[in-house]
Design a protein around this ligand. Structure first.
Ligand SMILES: *Cc1c(COP(=O)(O)O)cnc(C)c1O
Length: 238
């Protein structure tokens, strides 16, 4: 169940539960990884802290989190600056408007939601370093979803090859909230197939070794199909 916690809602119990929730998430991830016959270091957990403020995010980091994700630029910047002393990798996982690229891009380690060529061009223009990007794929074809359609990818990759500030590390998708387990298996396995195809092409600056997929409600199925970065929020804050 996706819940939008307010700080007020759980602040009294948070210190008690964060460690327990973290251990619960990590042990479920470890179990699914083992069942998939994959090495444990091949799966990274990005803790999505959009539901909580910086002080609670800091408490969560203390439980042993090393990747933090935010979906909105303003919240990303707030956390990034408040937690500048923390040794974590920073993931911007949500839609990025072109006009906000210059405010945020040089603080981002991994950008998960590259969904247009114009956005890529703006990132290339504003970046002072190589930005690791995931191409967002709308694999289920939902009209409401951001991302490229699978059949657009060859053309998109062609267009991105001249942009030398972007490193295309992988593909990202968000499964529809109401998808059944069967649909999730099919979506994630289609993603794995697409990613493996792109990886095999060995295009310079486009390793495509990673797959960003799996959230609180579906990460076990995503792991079974090769997810390497899970984006998990609400499971930490229940
Ligand atoms: C919120 C969010 C998540 C995490 O979702 P949960 O269901 O809370 O685990 C993952 N990816 C994106 C892009 C999000 O905005």
């Amino acid at each position: 169940m996706r819940t939008s916690w307010t700080r007020h809602h759980f602040s009294e119990t948070v210190n008690m539960n964060l460690q327990k929730n973290k251990e619960g998430v990590y042990s479920a991830v470890a179990k699914a990884t083992e069942q998939a016959g994959r090495p444990s270091e091949s799966v990274h957990v990005v803790a999505v802290t959009k539901y909580v403020d910086s002080s609670i995010a800091k408490e969560l980091i203390k439980t042993g989190i090393d990747h933090i994700g935010e979906n909105r630029v303003d919240k990303f910047l707030e956390k990034y600056h408040a937690l500048a002393d923390q040794d974590v990798t920073w993931h911007l996982i949500g839609t990025l408007q072109r006009r906000k690229v210059k405010d945020v891009i040089n603080f981002v380690d991994y950008f998960h939601a590259l969904d247009s060529i114009k956005l890529a061009q703006e990132i290339d223009k504003r970046a002072d370093k190589l930005i690791k990007c995931f191409l967002q794929v709308n694999i289920s074809g939902e009209a409401s979803k951001h991302g490229f359609r699978a059949e657009e990818l060859p053309e998109v990759i062609q267009a991105l090859q001249t942009l030398d500030k972007l490193e295309m590390v992988g593909l990202m998708t968000m499964a529809p909230f109401e998808a059944t387990d069967e649909e999730l298996h099919s979506i994630f396995s289609d993603m794995k197939e697409l990613q493996a195809d792109l990886m095999a092409r060995q295009i310079p600056r486009m390793p495509f070794t990673e797959l960003s997929m799996g959230m609180s409600g579906d990460f076990e199925i995503a792991i079974a199909h090769g997810a390497t970065y899970l984006r998990i929020g609400s499971a930490f804050f229940e």
